[in-house]
Design a protein around this ligand. Structure first.
Ligand code: C2E
Ligand code: MG
Ligand code: MG
Length: 525
């Protein structure tokens, strides 16, 4: 993956990393508040269900208790026993003695005035009969639950079913609904029948409508359902409170993630990462600057110079990125790329013109690369180009350690590649390496060519090259005067803007076609 893609990926991740913890903290605050609220409702429903079961169980015990007494004739002992049961069992309001459907006496009256009971609304599997009735011996119009077994009946206040204090700080309402007739037996506040029917039909344990949250629990054994409900407002208030707790955590995590991602982003956008991308996507191009024989101004070859095209269409010069590639250990990859391009662009042309050559610049690290010679040899063979046509330019820095480099340079030379010393005289190094190395050509640096008229260095370089029997190429010739001076002093070849700037491969080939026959200098002028 290119670092540009990585940058977009990391940027996307950065946005996510910043947003996600904040969104998560908002969600968490809401979730926690909701969970707590629903848990509170559910546990309140449970507690009402438990209490209702206790009331029914206790009523059964009360009935068993009264049914056990011997005298059942409404005599004082019988009445006394019924009153004792009504008094002892806290949920029992009244105990009646019923024969058939008629109540004969009760814990309240020696002679009961209650009108005959209709058929029971429900008879459970244990034989207990149930009514929901306003009949009682006090004549108070209040619906009660009557439960009977054998000849006794206990009367219960349904309000005791929901007599449970909510643990929450907010108000909760509740209702108990008898499932036989779908009748609200008791409720702390009116329950919407539509809501109840909706929950019953959908068998929903939780439901929310118009800002009210409902919770339902069925008790199939006792054939009733408990519904509790509360406004969702406290849940929202709790959610905001939770947010105050979680949001700072979310923001902190966001900031940490952002810092981490920015660091990664900065690393991905580093010049080395960009250079590596350019190598992998083979963005580099090669231009060729003609080298001219000064004696007759004839084209003899060209120097391959690497270029890095930028997104804005400009070409980045090698002075900028070659040092970076050298520092970051990427130079040999660039050199291989240049060699590949030189052969793919100019291989056939060199094969057709065996007297032309291309010189390739090598960095100090390239000389240590043992596989480079094999690569050059393979390419020369594939394109049927003589190694003589591929010269290698090595700067003085490349010869810094002659003991180590000399044998390798010798191998290149032995394979047939001419060796050029590039930028000669600018490396401030000892000239002793010249004695130990097999060098063919010395390139006089542009700085000496620029200063021919007032600097006395160039003549000394020329004398030395002559003494060592090296050919010379003068770099950076910009004026005819310079060319004339160099020619007169016996410099063999030259390159520079006087003749041509570095050109793309195809342009160099057509440039050579144009100037063929005429001398280069005349054609360029
Ligand atoms: P160099 O090998 O000494 O190449 C000559 C430089 O002088 C080139 O600059 C060329 O464009 C420039 N030049 C030639 N004639 C003139 C002229 O008349 N006037 C002026 N002002 N400049 C002229 P460029 O292409 O920017 O290359 C700079 C240096 O980068 C090269 O110096 C070489 O050391 C290095 N380089 C270029 N290509 C490669 C490469 O493929 N590998 C390596 N390792 N280094 C390279
Ligand atoms: Mg060069
Ligand atoms: Mg040079």
């Amino acid at each position: 993956m290119t670092s540009r893609r990585m940058v977009s990926l990391v940027t996307g991740t950065l946005v996510m990393a910043v947003l996600l913890p904040i969104l998560l903290s908002i969600w968490l605050a809401r979730y926690q508040a909701e969970q707590r609220f629903h848990h509170e409702l559910a546990s309140y429903t449970q507690r009402i269900n438990q209490l209702a079961s206790v009331v029914i169980d206790e009523s059964k015990t009360a009935l068993k208790d009264i049914n056990r007494i011997d005298s059942q004739t409404c005599d004082p002992a019988h009445l006394q026993a019924m009153r004792r049961v009504a008094f002892t069992y806290r949920f029992v309001q009244e105990v009646l003695f019923v024969k058939g459907s008629q109540a004969l006496c009760s814990s309240l009256e020696q002679e009961s005035h209650v009108s005959p009971f209709p058929a029971p609304e429900r008879v459970n599997s244990e034989g207990y009969r149930f009514w929901f009735t306003p009949s009682n011996d006090l004549g108070i119009n209040h619906y009660m639950i009557a439960m009977s077994h054998r000849d006794h009946m206990v009367v219960l206040d349904p309000r005791s079913f929901i007599d449970v204090l909510p643990l929450a700080s907010w108000s909760i309402d509740s209702a108990v609904i008898g499932l036989t007739r779908n009748r609200v037996v008791v409720s702390s506040a009116p329950l919407s029948l539509a809501v109840w029917q909706h929950m019953r039909d959908g068998n929903l344990t939780r439901y929310e409508e118009a800002g009210i949250v409902y919770s339902m629990l069925r008790n199939p054994q006792s054939n009733f359902a408990v519904v509790v409900w509360a406004s969702s407002h406290p849940m929202k208030a709790a959610s905001n409170q939770q947010l105050l707790l979680w949001l700072p955590v979310g923001i902190l995590v966001s900031l940490l993630a952002a810092a981490l991602m920015l660091r990664l982003l900065r690393r991905l956008q580093s010049p080395r990462a960009r250079l590596l991308d350019a190598i992998h996507s083979r963005e580099f191009t090669v231009c060729y600057q003609p080298i001219i024989r000064l004696s007759d101004d004839k084209f003899v070859g060209a120097e391959a110079l690497v270029r890095w095209p930028q997104a804005d269409g400009s070409l980045l010069r090698p002075d900028v990125f070659i040092p970076l590639a050298e520092q970051t250990g990427l130079i040999s990859e660039i050199t291989r790329l240049v060699i590949d391009k030189v052969f793919s662009e100019m291989g056939d042309w060199l094969h057709q013109h065996p007297d032309y050559h291309i010189s390739i610049n090598l960095a100090a690290e390239d000389i240590a690369d043992n596989a480079l010679l094999a690569l050059l040899t393979a390419r020369c063979q594939r394109y049927q180009v003589s190694p003589r046509q591929i010269a290698l330019e090595i700067t003085e820095r490349g010869f810094a350690d002659p003991q180590r480099t000399a044998p390798i340079v010798e191998q290149f030379h032995h394979a047939g590649h001419p060796i050029y010393i590039d930028d000669f005289g600018t490396g401030y190094s000892s000239l002793s390496y010249l004695q130990n190395l097999t060098v063919d050509v010395l390139k006089i640096d542009k700085s000496f060519v620029d200063a021919l008229e007032y600097n006395a260095v160039a003549p000394h370089i020329i004398d030395m090259a002559k003494h060592l029997q090296l050919e010379m190429v003068a770099e950076g010739i910009e004026t005819e005067c310079q060319a004339q001076w160099l020619r007169e002093h016996g410099v063999h070849y030259g390159q520079g803007w006087l003749y041509s700037k570095a050109l793309p491969g195809n342009e160099l080939q057509s440039w050579c076609e144009t100037v063929r026959g005429s001398t280069v200098a005349r054609a360029a002028r």
